[in-house]
Design a protein around this ligand. Sequence first.
Ligand code: FES
Ligand SMILES: [Fe+2]
Length: 391
Amino acid sequence: MNNASELSGDVPLGLTPSQWEAISGLTSHSQTRIPTDEASRPSSVYLSELRFDAEMQAVFRSVPVVATMSAYVQAGMSLAQDCYGVPILITRDKDGVARCFLNACRHRGAKLIESTEPVKSARLSCPYHAWTYAADGKLIGVPRQETFPSIKKCELGLVPLTTYEAGGYIWVGLDPEASPEMLPGSQQICEDLEAFGLQNMHVYGRRLYDLKANWKLVVEPFLEPYHIQRLHADSIAKMFVDAPNVISLIGPHQRQCSGKANFDPAILNGQIDNLHKYITHAYLVFPNTIVVTSPYYISVMVLMPRGVGRTVVDYYMLVKSAPDTEKAKELYARSYRLIDEVFGGEDFRAAQLQQEGLGSGAIDRVYFGGLEEMIGPFHDAVESFLPNEAV
Ligand code: FES
Ligand SMILES: [Fe+2]
C-alpha cells in the first residue's frame, strides 16, 4: 500500500506522512532490535518540593497545557476545570470559539460554575449576586447597578487565559500574566492526532483519578513497553510482545508506535480494515498528556500535578460516535471497565507503589534500561525548561 490515507477503521483513521514513515519502520518480531540505551535519575526528582515547585513554574505555568478535549465542550456549553488547582472556566460560544478564563466572578470572586460536567450556558450568571457574563467573558449584567456608581462594566470582564485549540484539545496557559506559545513540534503532534479524528470523536466516558504519586511517575509507564509482560501479565500482556517501539522525539513531545503480538510488516502491503488492531500508538503530548490508541477507542489522560506526591488524572475514552447498537454499547462498556482495571488497577497502582517505595528514602537512584529508552529523553525534556539549580 502506498497511500496511507486509504487506511480506515472503526476508529476514524487517516495517517500523516510522518506516522506512516514511523509505521514503515516496524520490523517483524523475530527481527526486532535489542535496545540498550540506559539512563538513570536521582530519586529526588520525584520527591523534592523544590524540584516540584520549579517544574510548576518553569513548565506547567510557562507552556500551554491541555485543559480538556475539544469534543467535550460543544457550542453553547461551558466547563469548569479545577484539576490543575487553578479554577479554569472553559466556554465555547455559539460560533464555536473556545476560550478559557479564571473561574472567578469579578464582583467578589465566587466560582461561576461548580459542576465538573459541561453545562449549557449562553451566558454565565454568578450564583452569588448574579453578575452575568457573555461566553466571550464580557460582563453584561449587574443587578442594581446604580449601587455601584464607580464601576465600569467594560473593565470587569472575566480574567482571560491564553487559549489554543488544536489536535482535538483545548489548550490553556495557566498563568494569566503570561502568554505562552505552542511548543516546537506541537504542530506535527496535532496533525497526527487530527489524522486519528480526535477532534470529531465522541467522549464516551470521563473519569478522574486522584493518585498519591508524582506526576512523572504516572507518565512513565506510558513511555515504556518493559512492564507490559510483567505488570499486566494477567490482563493485556497476551496482546503484546516484549519488543521496543519505533520512537520519535518531536520537539519535547514523544510518539511511539509498536506492533502488537499479531503484527507482521506484510500486513502493511495489503488492505487493512483497522490498523489499530495491529499497531498501538502512544503519545506524550508534553508535558502531561498521554494518548493511547486501541482498536475501537482512544484513551486520553491529562495528568495534573497537585503536589510533589499527588496527581489528578483526567481520563477520557473517545469513540467514533455514541454507541447506537447493543453490540457497540456492550463493547464500549466492557472497554471502559477494562481501562479502569488496567490503567487504574495496574499502571496507576504501580506509580503509587513507586511513590511509597521512593518516599521511604531507601533508594537514592532509579535506573531505566533499553526497553525504557523513552524515559531518559522525557526527563531531559522536563529538565531543559528548568533553571540549572533545580536540575
Ligand atoms: S460574587 Fe459573583 S455576583 Fe457577587
Ligand atoms: Fe501499562
